[in-house]
Design a protein around this ligand. Sequence first.
Ligand SMILES: [Zn+2]
Ligand SMILES: [Zn+2]
Length: 369
Amino acid sequence: MAAPPPARVFGLRSGNRTAATPRRRQLIAGTTRTPAQIQKDRHAVKISNKWPIPRTRRIKESRGIHRDGNSCYQLASLQALLHLRKFMNWILTHNVQMDEGIQNPCDDGALLAYSCVACLIKRLIFKYWGLHKLDTAGHPVALPTHDMDMKAMEAVADHWYLPEGSGMIRGQQDGEDFQFKVLEACILSTDCHRELDKRIPRLVQTRETWVCRRCDHPIPNPRTYLNMHPDPELGFLAMRILRTGRETIEDVIERKLADEPCIVTAACPHCNQENPPKTRQYCIEAAPEILRIALAVGSHDSAGNVLKERNPVQFEQTLDLTNFQHDQNTPLRYRLSSVTLHQCETLHVGHWVSTVQGYGKKVFAINNH
Ligand SMILES: [Zn+2]
Ligand SMILES: [Zn+2]
């Protein structure tokens, strides 16, 4: 399957842990997972992977959102988030009254344009998947342009893109950047104590190793363990697609993690060279539950003009990253959840759309208009 670039791919980690049978659990008990991965999985397993749809809603299909002005970049990115089950169930733990007090309360630092973004996303989840506005046959009706929560989202976007007093007018923005900002705001409001492993959609933790190019043996890296390069935040960012015509997502990720020259001074204990030439390599130390892959939308030509990247990239329904891990004995497979695309010749205008997998594995091409 080839898709026109640029694409945003959201992969959901395949549920080999949540759907564990007793036999599978035994296997996991004897796992070779890294401590960082075990800790991440411990939190992820507590979050439900069910659709947040009430039993009483008979027709469980996705619904549209009517567009008001240049907001397709917001709608396409939100539609992708509204089809990520673990993300939604994670956000639904925000600001919940419990016996012992409020769980994951709103964070003052995350209040934007008088809205808590996490509370806003929560309300949208209830509306989108709940009993809100069903037609007589029970089909969900698209959210109208005057929907209060969509208006609040617009105010949040204005806060991000139209600084007060800048005189700028509301226009098209980068859907990927908008989604990144929404996720960042959600993390602030659900994880004010900054516990890395509790962040469901965040952090590909990588491990950096050094290899002696004289004898091909590893050189101990004193900064061992979690080196945050490359792109730890919110999955893989600004991934470049080469003009080969045959690029796959795996190729793009492999290049991101591939060897590069390392200029650190260090001796090789194997060949006893004082400071041999060496390369650094990265492997995945701990993978997030939800992986977000953002492909670069633009590049510069020799005159410095911004051009839209149009190189094609191929991807399948599943993405196997097992061999990119430090621990290659535990499968690391993601299932594709959604793709968000920008359609147009140039980056300054155009239209954003999403293809998502909805309830019952039905695929919807969502073009909010
Ligand atoms: Zn809140
Ligand atoms: Zn050596």
